[in-house]
Design a protein around this ligand. Structure first.
Ligand SMILES: C[S@@+](CC[C@H](N)C(=O)[O-])C[C@H]1O[C@@H](n2cnc3c(N)ncnc32)[C@H](O)[C@@H]1O
Length: 239
């Protein structure tokens, strides 16, 4: 397996090509398929589903966000089952989700064979769009678990259950891009110097953060545009 490499294409054949028990952590932000309650609305492009503020404008659309609830669950179990094979025993898994897809995400994680261990919170701060008379939609979630037993003596310290991290426009490279600093904190669940897998790399935030902190990394991205964005960012690490 070639480490520190970003592939372009569908994640399923990419994952099928990776050897058994070769990766130390799965940390990924898959398409949520949560924008739009009905089939017609879900087929809309991602910019019309997710753009709510100026900081989100001007980005390319991405694919894979159109499935209805049942097919999203089945597809999630497909790629997560491949990840289960690829991860080493005891390896952690972290999946981003929003509130709508939390139940589906925890079901998929367990159906693929992983042990569900909890939910960490990404607090996006008060910079998110306010709506009168409602709770601010200020958080996304990191559903996490492991491939079987997860020993306590892995050389990893105590990690925060809530990570407060604002989205800065200079650090946003994808319509649903995650802050690099957030990913650096989440990646710390991996054993030091271990290999981190992200099959939905987007603009490469997980992998850039991994490269900055001395982890090995391997990933995949379907969109040619975002694959190029991520490649440019990865080439710039350490400059
Ligand atoms: C939520 S975004 C990831 C954003 C990333 N965390 C970042 O910070 O830039 C999900 C990504 O998965 C990609 N994707 C969708 N379906 C895919 C598939 N079948 N295989 C690989 N990538 C896919 C999309 O193109 C999109 O860029």
């Amino acid at each position: 397996m070639k480490v520190n490499k970003l592939y372009q294409g569908d994640c399923l054949p990419f994952l099928e090509s990776l050897p058994d028990e070769s990766v130390d952590a799965l940390i990924t932000d898959p398409p949520y398929a949560s924008g739009g309650l009905h089939i017609g609305a879900r087929q809309n492009n991602t910019t019309s589903k997710y753009v709510q503020s100026n900081s989100q404008r001007g980005f390319y659309d991405f694919a894979g966000d159109h499935r209805d609830q049942r097919s999203h669950l089945r597809w999630s179990i497909l790629w997560l089952s491949e990840c289960w094979r690829i991860l080493k025993p005891g390896a952690p898994i972290c999946l981003f989700s929003d509130w709508r897809q939390l139940p589906t995400t925890t079901d998929a994680l367990q159906a693929a064979g992983f042990s569900w261990r909890g939910i960490a919170v990404w607090d996006k701060t008060e910079g998110t769009r306010p709506v009168m008379g409602r709770f601010r939609a200020q958080c996304e979630y990191i559903v996490w678990g492991s491939k079987g037993n997860m020993p306590l003596d892995r050389g990893v310290g105590v990690l925060p259950g809530v990570i407060r991290q604002v989205v800065k426009s200079a650090d946003k490279h994808h319509i649903t891009g995650k802050p690099t600093e957030l990913m650096r904190q989440i990646n710390r669940i991996c054993v030091p110097s271990g290999i981190i897998l992200d099959p939905f790399a987007g603009s490469g935030s997980t992998l850039v953060a991994a490269a900055m902190d001395g982890y090995g990394w391997i990933g995949c991205e379907l969109s040619e545009h975002y694959h190029q964005v991520a490649t440019n960012r990865l080439n710039g690490v350490g400059e």
